[in-house]
Design a protein around this ligand. Sequence first.
Ligand SMILES: Nc1nc2c(ncn2[C@@H]2O[C@H](COP(=O)(O)OP(=O)(O)OP(=O)(O)O)[C@@H](O)[C@H]2O)c(=O)[nH]1
Length: 396
Amino acid sequence: MDSFTLVIVSALVSTIMAATMYLLHRASRRTPCLLDWSAAGLCFLASNVIALLAMNTKLPFVVAPGIANVFYISGHYLILAGVRRHLGLRPRYDWLAALAVTILLLHATGFAHGAVSRRLLMLTPFVVGINASVVWLLARQTDKAARGSYLPLLVVEAAFMTQLLLRALFISAGQPIQLTFLGNQLWQTAGSLAVLAFLSLATMCCALIVIRHQELALRSASLTDSLTGWLNRRALLDMAEREFQRHRRSGDVLHFLTFDIDHFKSINDQHGHAVGDAAIRHVTNVAAQALRGYDARFRIGGEEFAALITGDDKLQAHQVGERLRTLIENSPLLIDGQRLTLTVSLGVAACEHDDLQWDDALRRADQALYHAKRHGRNRLSVYGVDLLPLATARLA
Ligand SMILES: Nc1nc2c(ncn2[C@@H]2O[C@H](COP(=O)(O)OP(=O)(O)OP(=O)(O)O)[C@@H](O)[C@H]2O)c(=O)[nH]1
């Protein structure tokens, strides 16, 4: 295939990659990995521009193929840098600088001055190493929600790496291939088409990762209370339904624990709203220590909270509730050197087998909570123990 056309098309696709990544970054500045990927597009573009110049002008060896190859390898590395940054790792631009110097130095060796196929063999380990790092990093991700968005890039990097390895194997197997700089030989055309496909697909895959990441971040923000970091009432609707269905299938015990800060209005009135907010945060931080890691916790009102307690022991929810109450009572909030003791009242209720929906149990937990408020606060009331269902109470 005509190499001039291939280089022009590769330059165009590189420009599209650089522009797409940059514009996506402009739309949401919270994803800096897009800048790495935009820079990757620019590097691929630079390597193509040098190739185009080399078609019409005699360039020094250090520029073409030397610097052109540095840009090409840097493009691949910057995709890896963006993936690292996206996963919360340092992009390691120092490695990129070392890589660029190494590639340039390799072009000064006699080996690089030989046939084109030699330079192909010389560069293959670097590109394969970079591709393999991307594949390895993405394959290790365990976050179920995000994993699906990593798979396309993982496959594209693995496929590119495989075709490179196959080409290198074929060349090193001793087949005398007459590759020339920017030649039209079949292997060269196949390589250029592979780069073209790689650039187009990598652009889409990177965009997919970012779009999925932003969607997950938005979903998480819509389910999280910004003051405490606990889940909000909307999340409760979703999770409680799921847990309730599981409870009906498995027969496991499911309790609702609700609690509310005592005399909270007076904290606001005496110390101001900011201290009120600090008290809410303090109570949730302390409560989190009393709850078990897997107990889902929610802020369902101003100073009212709920937790879903699962397990096979009926007493577990009572023990967790009592531990939470004691811990909060014994962990005063420090304000300007003063200790402000906070207390909470709690209600506990279990889901019963004749419950038609989960909010029956939440309503009973709320009744138990108001029982605790009416009976002196800073206490735990258990529905069915401290207060009885109406029918039972009449009989008693
Ligand atoms: N600082 C702050 N106050 C809030 C927030 N949400 C609700 N409140 C206040 O919480 C107070 C709740 O007061 P009440 O429902 O009367 O209850 P209480 O004073 O805690 O009394 P008991 O629950 O009966 O012990 C109200 O004054 C609300 O304005 C919030 O996010 N921050």
